[in-house]
Ligand binder design. Structure first.
Ligand code: UD1
Length: 415
């Protein structure tokens, strides 16, 4: 494979920023938004709450001056687990929110106890209702000091959003340091909120009474999409230029790809190049951890790559308790992977062989595409709707850089 891929805006940045547009009694303009199902679902949620939304290509406008509801329709909340990110801003703006409790998913239970405990500390009342519904209300939110047990991305974002309308200062310790948190901070600053510390682990937010702003904000590039395409070319061999990336945001991913034997260069203006001869070396240990560690959202893709590298690799998943289920599918393609709890031992094989496999979650699905491209023969992947949640027109992007991949017409869900 060889060619150029321009990386779109980050899904995990645009979702909390869209949630934050609810705080604004005016119109917010977002640029560089990815065209993904989860983004469309979030726009539907905003519309259901009374926002007027407009979308033209990667530009989105949200007018939240006239909210009419604080209830997130169950059908929309269930479609997207990260709908919980709307909790903080609806609570702050409306004084209450009704949402269905998110269930488990392929990669683990994904509880929201930290989100709820923090909101309770700020004065909110949390009621578990019948039929898995959750009601959170607060006549007034009070700024306070919150120590997170773990630097949860979603909990940090929900607290930041709720804190915008809390009385006084909110201080979050052990906050998540992900670049998407910094992007949210940048947007909140454009709304006129005094917020600082994102990226450092300690965030301070000074609450305001009302927000009337006209922010224009460009969403940061998607570091996981960039990493996925780089890993694909690392696995097949070839050369790739990715543009619209933040080098530092993908530092831990590039570190692993370099150690495996890829040649990587960084140019100014958000350009990174990778060259691979397709004959890479195993990595003795990759441990996922919160940013700036190796991202859990790249774990399946790196395992797919390592399954064809010479030698034995060990990958430890520390963030989610159940994120190796996709390895069963890789085994169908000839990969030699044994999983014990949170550890996967990958013995590199000379070749992977095409097979019929099923994607059951987003990043596990991306791993199957990487393995399918690196395998001999044809691979058929079902469950492509999961992959579509994080990658815009994935087959077109890859085909343009030389991959032999197509979406099978008769079923939108097969690649
Ligand atoms: C976000 C990302 C997701 C990424 C993850 C970790 C979005 C939309 N999603 O998810 O792609 O994989 O960060 O980088 O940005 N936890 C609790 N209780 C809580 C909250 C979290 O126990 O109240 C646990 C989770 O089960 C998990 C860990 O904390 O084991 C990390 O989760 P968290 O950082 O909250 O991930 P998300 O925000 O859900």
């Amino acid at each position: 494979m060889s060619g150029i891929i321009e990386v779109p805006g980050a899904k995990n940045a645009v979702l909390p920023v869209l949630a934050a547009t609810l705080l604004n009694n005016g119109t917010s303009i977002l640029e560089n938004c990815p065209e993904l199902d989860d983004v469309f679902t979030m726009l539907e949620i905003l519309s259901a709450l009374g926002c007027k939304t407009k979308k033209k290509g990667s530009r989105i406008e949200v007018d939240a001056s006239n909210l009419t509801s604080s209830c997130i329709p169950e059908i929309l909340a269930k479609r997207m687990r990260s709908s919980i990110i709307i909790l903080g801003s609806v609570l702050a703006r409306c004084g209450e929110v009704l949402i269905s409790y998110p269930g488990g998913c392929e990669i683990g239970m994904r509880p929201i106890d930290m989100h709820l405990r923090a909101l309770e500390q700020m004065g909110a009342e949390v009621d578990g209702l019948k039929h898995g519904m959750l009601k959170v209300s607060a006549s007034k939110l009070q700024g306070c000091e919150i120590l997170l047990d773990y630097p949860s991305v979603g909990a940090t974002e929900n607290i930041m959003l709720a804190a915008c309308f809390a009385e006084g200062e909110t201080l979050i310790r052990n906050a998540a340091k992900e670049p998407e948190i910094e992007d949210l901070q940048e947007f909140l600053k454009k709304l006129g909120v005094s917020v600082s510390g994102a990226g450092s682990g300690v965030i301070r937010i000074q609450g305001v009474k009302e927000i009337n702003a006209e922010p224009v904000h460009k969403i940061i590039p998607d570091r996981i999409v960039a990493g996925t395409y780089l890993a694909a070319v690392a696995a097949t061999g070839g050369s790739l230029v990715v543009t619209n990336v933040e080098y530092d945001h993908i530092g831990s991913i590039l570190y692993c790809l370099r150690r495996a034997g890829c040649k990587i260069k960084n140019y100014t203006g958000g350009v990174v190049t990778l060259e691979s001869d397709g004959k890479l070396k195993a990595l003795d240990l990759v441990r996922t951890s919160p940013y700036p560690g190796f991202p859990t959202d790249m774990q399946p893709q790196i395992v797919a790559l390592l399954s064809k590298c010479s030698g034995t690799s060990v990958v430890v998943e520390t963030v989610f308790e159940n994120r190796f289920r996709y390895t069963e599918q890789l085994q169908k393609m000839g990969a030699d992977i044994s999983v014990q709890g949170r550890t996967a031992i990958i013995r590199g094989v000379d070749k992977l062989t095409g097979a019929s496999v099923e994607a059951r979650d987003l990043r596990g699905g991306a791993a199957l595409i990487i393995a399918g491209l690196a395998a001999e023969g044809e691979t058929r992947i079902s469950g492509v709707n999961y992959i579509d949640r994080g990658y815009e027109r994935v087959e077109q992007v890859l085909a343009k850089v030389g991959a032999n991949i197509r979406r099978v017409e008769e079923s939108r869900n097969m690649i």
